[in-house]
Ligand binder design. Structure first.
Ligand code: HEM
Length: 147
């Protein structure tokens, strides 16, 4: 079957897009941390707005969509996921949480864009750790498949 013969290629593109998604997801909250440190209306603040928009729209959004598309094709490939095993469900919950976090980051960008961010720098420092933890769980689930 076509999907089975394409399996290594689809998996390669799934991993490539996931790396781009994660790189952007790790960096965006860092930009928010730096953005908190500059005055509203300053040149630096306006420059951060451009950086945040480009990172989200040009890298993070397309990379997330590509990760989902290749992931769903992998799911549709016969024999790839054995539905009675538990790892897939832990991965699914983590991936949904990561997607929700992506949505939150997108909302925070709009707050900065409209000069109405009220969250402190510390909030973004802590938020920065969320995708790291989820990524570690996901990779252990797909590679080790512990249960
Ligand atoms: C967005 C929704 C996602 C879906 C539907 C999905 C689904 C899948 C499926 C079905 C596989 C094949 C598993 C296998 O061959 O045993 C896979 C592989 C993989 N996924 Fe995802 N995935 C998603 C997101 C992610 C994310 C966010 C990450 C990392 C943070 C990730 C990391 C990986 C890795 C590293 C592999 C390769 C595992 C191997 O070498 O066998 N996936 N994914």
């Amino acid at each position: 079957m076509l999907l089975i013969s394409l399996y290594p290629w689809i998996k390669a593109f799934h991993v490539i897009s996931m790396v781009a998604w994660m790189a952007a997801t790790f960096y965006l909250p860092r930009l928010y941390v730096y953005h908190c440190q500059v005055p509203v209306g300053s040149t630096e603040s306006e420059r951060f707005k451009i950086m945040e928009r480009r990172l989200l729209k040009q890298i993070m959004n397309p990379a997330m969509i590509a990760t989902w598309i290749f992931g769903i094709i992998l799911l549709a490939t016969p024999g790839v996921v054995v539905w009675s095993t538990g790892w897939w469900y832990v991965k699914l919950v983590s991936v949904l949480a990561l997607t929700g976090f992506h949505g939150a980051q997108s909302k925070w960008r709009k707050d900065f864009l409209n000069d109405r961010n009220k969250r402190p720098e510390k909030f973004y420092r802590i938020a920065n750790e969320v995708p790291t933890v989820l990524m570690i769980i996901i990779v252990i689930m797909v590679i080790v498949k512990p249960f």
